[in-house]
Design a protein around this ligand. Sequence first.
Ligand code: FMN
Length: 430
Amino acid sequence: MPQRVLAWEGGVYCWVFSMTKQDLSSKRQFAHDHEITFDFAELFFSRTDERGKIRAGNDVFQRISGFHWQELMGKPHNIVRHPEMPRAAFRLLWDRLHENKPTGAYVKNRASDGRQYWVYAIITPIDGGYLSVRMRPSSALLPIVSQEYADLLNVEKSENLSPPQSAQRLLQRLAALGFPTYDTFMGASLTAELASRAGHMQRPPHPAVALYGQLMSASKFLLEAASTIADGYQRHRFVPLNLTVQASRLGDAGKAISTISNNYEELSGQIRLGLDRFIVATERVSRAIHEGAFLLATSEVQDEIAAIFGREMPSPHFNHSAEASLLRQQRNRYRRRAVTTIFDVQQEVRNFAEEVFEIKRLSAGLAAIRVMGKVEAGYLETAVLSDLLADLEAFQDILRRGLDDILGLNDAVKRSVSQLVIEKPVLEEL
Ligand SMILES: Cc1cc2nc3c(=O)[nH]c(=O)nc-3n(C[C@H](O)[C@H](O)[C@H](O)COP(=O)(O)O)c2cc1C
């Protein structure tokens, strides 16, 4: 039977019911199994100093945490840490913050009563510390990441991984899921969360964020097309050499083929270099798009939290108007960065288009060599030559099909980027 006792809770003495061990363990189980839900419209923030100690936040943050302000102020942010979070996630977070990089992450937190709640947190360096703005996550990525965290936690324990080793594992897992870098993951996950949240709130998606969504999908296909071409090149890279060998075996009769194979060898070298540059340009486009998406979405979320906080009643625990002004400054800073990045994306897309043009030129050269080779091989009627030319044709086909895909996507990318420039946030208002 629970007994009434006087306890110190939330900075005040109050009557609570003491529980037996059995009561306590079933309460913990209940709390563990139960999740705190909050509205999609409810954004919340906390601001910490450089060491991660809580300096301010909004009403929703305090309410969901279940702690009183007196318990939160000045406390390390791990006060809401959930034991099921792998250390890797925080290691990655702090490594990035120490490099002054904004970070988006899924975090499972624990409220004062033991209940859990998932957030998508956007943590950015701010004067004198860090700002975390959080929303309720709901995209298809949440269960995937949740499972990854659970697996990683097990591995951390069973293999006794150090935080850097575990952070490396997390990055490897994300790469296996199609996010080659953490920045790629952040761009994709934050925009996915915003899109899903807009759906739940029956709001239209933010136009520029939606455009970035299209660009991210396009950049994924561009990378795939580029790597298909590069694989094709690798598989057929010995064709010019074999052609030269065959030509030399044919003596005088193979002179024309020898000239053709020399040209092909020369062109093949150019194709290799062109493909290297082309892949670098594709990766740069993809990186710029994902970074731009993350920054734009961040500035949108910061805009919203600044408005929400502006409507909240001032708290006696910190200077409300100073906090509101910090939130607005941060929103302005990220909006500027987001707009600058849109122009970076535009520039990267232009560079990429030049590399595509170069590959197209090389592809035309390859087609000419194939035709000449076919004519010569027709005179000589040797099976080996015909096989080699079939190999050349196969590579040319891969290149042509890849280029067709890329050219189609490139046009779509250019259109989306022009639209993005039109839709970009208005800086004059700041
Ligand atoms: C601005 C900011 C917000 C943070 N928010 C959370 C949070 O919501 N939940 C959490 O567990 N850790 C959060 N952290 C990370 C914690 O500081 C800490 O690294 C983490 O809880 C791991 O704690 P531990 O190293 O004591 O295990 C935040 C850090 C910063 C700088």
